[in-house]
Write a protein that binds this ligand. Structure first.
Ligand SMILES: [Zn+2]
Length: 421
């Protein structure tokens, strides 16, 4: 990703009005800030700013997964339906899975998930206990024939997921990897600036024994949990049941939530049906013990926005922000202002600060509004007023704090605060 960009050279179609198609606050802001556009119901294009946020999020995920010893690969979206018939999930998936027959007569589906494909892959390449344990993951598009796509990226027909799979020789190994990824997820969602809960859940169509959902409080709710208002201890919501916190005895409250991540102890469900075995020390064949771990990457973006906004727009957590700094030249027709802004832009570029330069010939009010809407953490304002004393203004988007200082001082401050190298 490039570090710097001129607004006039990129594509950021911001909107002043609230678009009609937006059913939720987060989706309104995504459309208004020019992050995404709808192609058809449930199908979205990521525009340049949205893609930068998505890439930053994927960067956080990759860093945490790799640190935990997982390795990335990329599996195909096109899958032979035969594998789903073998695992028994062709029927379970029902109408949700998109299926078709290609010109060669092959029955194909667009992957809603990849347990079958990865188990099939490992069945021919794992032979010995010495190759275990193993954790593999991918970040890839998934497909679902949603009858009612909703809330923009939240419930879409094409979406991006991070799916990880662990392979162990025994339950003990699975337990260890499950715990490991559970902690990885806590770190990822914390770095995303999310207020989240992890709740024990029903494994459902995935099968297996234990599963946990990572939920965020949301008005784009698909689910609900019961949570203690004091201890934040959470459990699945059951209609009609009044429950009290085992710790502080307060009554648990119903909270509407959106699922962002899900972890499953699969056990041998897929390795048995797809014949994925390894040889143990005694040379006897045993099925791989599996776990799978998903994050709905593209729906994490609206969840972050819902947790991080104010009346003027988005307030990105720095790790996910499309740029760290937006530079505003308030009057592009005035040579002195443009000279000062261009010099500052060049210096920020060499200090490796990620900066978007608003070089549009627009009124100051439009630029201020757009800068707040975009939610980039720091704004540098160069205008007639600031240049009078040879200074520029630095505004912190989140706190609204404003500092006037000489350009080199501002750059020094920003490379400390925002420089990601
Ligand atoms: Zn409590």
């Amino acid at each position: 990703m490039g570090n710097t960009m001129l607004w006039t050279k990129t594509f950021i179609p911001t909107l002043r009005e609230i678009p009609q198609e937006a059913e939720s606050l987060a989706h309104q802001l995504m459309l208004r800030a020019g992050l995404v556009r709808r192609l058809m119901a449930g199908v979205y294009s990521f525009l340049p700013l949205g893609l930068r946020c998505l890439n930053n999020l994927c960067g956080v995920i990759r860093q945490e997964m790799d640190n935990a010893g997982a390795t990335e690969l990329l599996l195909p979206a096109l899958q032979p339906r035969e594998l789903w018939l073998k695992s028994g999930r062709d029927k379970e998936m029902g109408e949700v899975m998109i299926r078709f027959t290609d010109r060669r007569g092959r029955q194909i589906c667009l992957g809603p998930t990849h347990e079958e494909v990865i188990t099939d892959l490992l069945s021919s390449h794992i032979s010995s206990y010495k190759q275990l344990p193993l954790i593999l993951y991918q970040i890839q598009a998934k497909f679902r024939d949603e009858i009612r796509p909703r809330f923009g990226l939240v419930r879409a027909c094409e979406f991006i997921m991070k799916d990880a799979y662990s392979f162990d020789r025994d339950e003990e190994g699975l337990k260890k990897n499950y715990r490991l990824i559970f902690e990885v997820y806590n770190r990822i969602f914390t770095r995303c600036g999310l207020d989240f809960f992890s709740v024990e859940a029903d494994p459902g169509v995935m099968g297996g024994s234990t599963s946990h959902e990572f939920m965020v409080v949301s008005q784009d709710a698909e689910d609900a949990i019961l949570a203690c208002p004091a201890c934040r201890l959470a459990r699945p919501f059951k209609e009609g049941a009044s429950e009290h916190c085992p710790q502080c005895k307060r009554e648990l409250e119903k909270v509407n939530t959106l699922e962002l991540g899900h972890t499953f102890k699969l056990g041998t469900k897929y390795s048995l049906s797809l014949g994925a075995n390894f040889l143990d020390e005694k040379g006897s064949a045993r099925p791989l013990i599996m776990g799978c771990y998903g994050i709905g990457v593209s729906r994490v973006i609206p969840a972050i926005i819902e947790c991080n906004n104010d009346k003027n727009g988005i307030v990105w957590p720095p790790e996910i922000a499309p740029y760290q700094v937006i530079l505003l030249a308030l009057d592009t027709t005035e040579e002195k202002i443009m000279q000062a802004a261009c010099a500052l832009y060049a210096k920020l570029k060499s200090a490796k600060v990620e900066v978007l330069f608003d070089d549009r010939d627009e009124r100051a009010g439009v630029k201020f509004n757009d800068a707040d809407l975009l939610g980039i953490p720091f704004q540098i304002i160069v205008g007639r007023d600031t240049l009078k004393d040879g200074k520029v203004e630095l505004k912190v988007r989140k706190s609204n704090e404003r500092i006037k200082d000489k350009a080199p001082e501002v750059i020094k401050r920003l490379s400390l605060l925002a420089g990601k190298g």
